[in-house]
Design a binder for this molecule. Structure first.
Ligand SMILES: [Zn+2]
Length: 444
């Protein structure tokens, strides 16, 4: 690919929308037939729905294919062959990669990939990195633990595929990673927003190093929505003096989206490799028009060992109204992944999304990076407590800051908050992925 091309795959990324849809439908039919013929799980699921692969002829038929949810994947996993279960479409001897989901909500899901699938992972990540300006001249530092979670593994391989020089930051601690970045003049890195902010903190507080003065020019984030939340993105960009880009992917699905160099306030869906449908949360109706939030139903169109077809991801997304100035025909989702259907909760009858709180809190320069939100039931009423830390130097403005914070939170979320100020550094620091929102009502 010429270095100046903005696209990793100019043909697919600028394909006319109609032809892109045709390609997706053809690939969808192919993967459904593949799963039906090779996986006892899918065969049974589709038979019960009275569906055979040949029945899928139009987009209306796509909606007839049964969705799968995480619990269904776990059930299928209990069957033979061990450890993947009846969703597996290839002989075990063809499986070359093991990964698993984090299992924060119970049993993890084991994920098999063949070598061909693994090359597909690296290809999907190549779209991301190329769109974000990674080129062969980059020295990419990957501050990631290289473990059973897929996380940045494929980012590593894709960086190599682009010809970048890759520095695996494996088992080093945070301070050593920062010193390595400094020593090697690394130009790019990847991590969760929580960890990127955490690293910047460690650089300043423990090492006396200004991260913005290091050589990092671009950062690819994943694992949390922060890089698409304007105030969190701004914090990271200022801390590192670098462009910060978002990407969302998942173990069961793959690397399905990326923010491009234009930073258009959203992410492109890689529609050459994935089919994304948005469904109304209440009615299940398909949402095709921009501006209406729903949950994502996603199909990886080319993943072979253990395909995920029409997976109910619970991610809340919406189509953007405007095309991206970068010229890609891949559609944009506005504001990235806006939350999880599981996290959106009703408080005092109002729908509350934790990302809305993050956007407001991180917009205040007077506040430190960490905060915590909890919702509890007191008598017949819900109470939301927001714990914050004031940055050093902002103590004398406490009253004004709290008043402005309350106003902005009410404006953004239509709810009132009890705000507690805690000493800087006293709230829990998260290493990789954060759980800053606690709904204590669910415990009772
Ligand atoms: Zn774009």
């Amino acid at each position: 690919m010429p270095e100046t091309s903005p696209y990793w795959n100019p043909y697919l990324e600028t394909l006319e929308p109609e032809r892109l849809r045709d390609l997706q439908l053809a690939k969808f039919r192919r993967i459904v037939a593949w799963a039906y013929e090779r996986s006892p799980y899918y065969c049974e699921l589709y038979r019960q729905a009275g569906l055979e692969p040949g029945d899928i002829r139009s987009w209306d038929d796509v909606r007839k294919v049964p969705k799968v949810e995480k619990d269904m994947l776990k059930d299928a996993q209990a069957a033979e062959p061990f450890p993947y279960g009846s969703r597996l479409c290839v002989p075990l001897s063809e499986v070359s990669e093991f990964r698993q989901t984090s299992g924060t909500t119970g049993t993890p899901v084991y994920q098999a990939d063949t070598w061909q699938d693994w090359e597909w992972w690296a290809e999907a990540w190549s779209y991301i990195l190329w769109a974000q300006g990674y080129r062969a001249r980059d020295r990419v530092f990957i501050p990631f633990g290289y473990n059973i979670f897929v996380a940045f593994w494929a980012g590593h391989y894709a960086s190599e595929k682009l010809g970048c020089e890759v520095v695996p930051g494996g088992v080093l601690d945070t301070a050593s990673r920062i010193l390595k970045i400094k020593e090697l003049k690394a130009t790019a890195m990847m991590g969760t927003p929580t960890y990127m902010l955490n690293m910047a903190d460690v650089a300043r507080e423990r090492l006396g190093v200004d991260p913005a003065g290091l050589s990092i020019q671009r950062i690819t984030c994943a694992g949390e929505p922060g890089a698409s939340i304007p105030s969190t993105k701004k914090r990271m960009q200022e801390a590192w003096g670098a462009k910060v880009f978002d990407h969302a992917g998942a173990t069961e699905i793959g690397a399905w989206s990326f923010e491009c160099a234009e930073q258009p306030g959203g992410m492109h869906v890689n529609e050459g490799l994935f089919l994304v449908e948005i469904e109304d949360l209440n009615t299940g109706e398909l949402i095709e028009e921009p501006g209406r939030k729903g949950k994502m139903i996603i199909t990886a169109l080319d993943r072979l060992a253990q395909p995920c077809l029409r997976f109910d991801s619970k991610d809340i997304i919406e189509w953007a109204a405007e095309p991206c100035p970068c010229g890609r025909s891949y559609r944009l989702i506005k504001g990235g992944v806006q939350g999880r259907a599981d996290d959106i909760t009703k408080v005092k009858g109002v729908l509350l999304s934790p990302t809305a709180i993050e956007e407001v809190v991180r917009g205040f320069n007077e506040l430190a990076d960490e905060y915590e939100v909890s919702v509890e039931r007191i008598g017949d009423s819900d109470k939301i407590t927001l714990k914050i830390e004031l940055n050093p130097g902002a103590e004398d403005q406490e009253q004004q800051v709290l008043a402005r914070l309350k106003d902005e939170l009410r404006l953004k979320t239509n709810l009132g908050y009890v705000i507690e100020v805690h000493p800087v550094g006293s709230l829990q620091r998260w290493e990789v992925k954060a759980r800053r929102f606690k709904d204590l009502r669910r415990l009772h």
